[in-house]
Ligand binder design. Sequence first.
Ligand SMILES: Cc1ncc(C[n+]2csc(CCOP(=O)(O)OP(=O)(O)O)c2C)c(N)n1
Length: 357
Amino acid sequence: MYKYLDKVNSPQDIKNMTVDELDLLAKDIRKFLVRSVSQTGGHLASNLGVVELTLALHKVFDSPKDKIVWDVGHQSYVHKIITGRKDNFKNLRQFNGMSGFPKECECEHDIFDTGHSSTSISVAQGLACARDIKKEESDVIAVIGDGSITGGMALEALNHVGYTNTDMIIILNDNEMSIDKNVGGMSRYLSGIIRNSTVNKVKDEVEKILQVSPGGNIISKTANKVKDSIISKFIPQECSFFESIGIKYYGPVDGHNTKEIIEALNKAKSKKGPVLLHVITKKGKGYRYAEEQPDKYHGVSKFDIKSGIKGSNAVSISNQVGQKLSEMANKNENIVAITAAMPSGTGLNIFEKNHPN
Ligand SMILES: Cc1ncc(C[n+]2csc(CCOP(=O)(O)OP(=O)(O)O)c2C)c(N)n1
């Protein structure tokens, strides 16, 4: 039924695929995801956004020896498909069925029982430290969303990783959405980088020019210091946050360009110390309704693929909460509302509309 997906039962099956074949496989996977989630419900938009990224990760790294830690556990469906679990999607999130999140007891490729969110960089740092103490060889990769990287625990981990210079890779999967539209200083900062995407091209060029000297590569420590200081002059302010706390920044990379991601991952793999690779993806990619309304298609119940999600007459608990709180706040100005980055999912969008301040 699926020309390319039917051939894939483990990460080994994609190792020899060409970029064109991977792109055709990505098409199959999107079709499979929409069909499957429309029948069971589940997380849709985020998974449609990480198809090429997940394929590239499994092509470049050797899971489970190399450890891929999914921060936002609801982004792991494609990983589950590639790691031999596509048949279990029939029972996704059902009693005795497959979990919607990574589960160590379910599969050796699931490294940590992630719920969501903001834990992956700490976990990856721990795994990388253990690897170094045991003198083992492997890559450790944390995949974190632009919403989740704003969580306190993620920021603590960045602080630590930069200081200890741990050899690991952080993939920042930036779809400019948390569950709803992302907000905050970090989000504004990352959008600035996306607008100024010349950052890395300039950096690469300077690095190339400096490495090809008439006598071969520049190898002395002093020469490297000179090189770093010249590079830093060329790097615009935008990427200085990660670099200045000790994490090499690469990107932004188009998260739907398989060739580009594979090249960037290989480059990140070859570097020593912590590297952050900024990958830009589109939440809902490939299914029109989900691209247009990624918040509505974040977590869904069963729906009809052709017509999309229809409004239901049933009043949800979240809506009732939003309505009731709004009424209470009409009479009591001491009532304020705080949402965990998901106003529509909690009904607080209703409160926000009635009490914008
Ligand atoms: C402490 C806490 N705050 C908020 C949430 C709700 N939540 C779960 S994942 C997430 C972030 C999702 O955004 P992102 O990391 O960008 O991933 P995406 O959904 O866009 O794929 C949020 C806000 C939560 N689970 N826990």
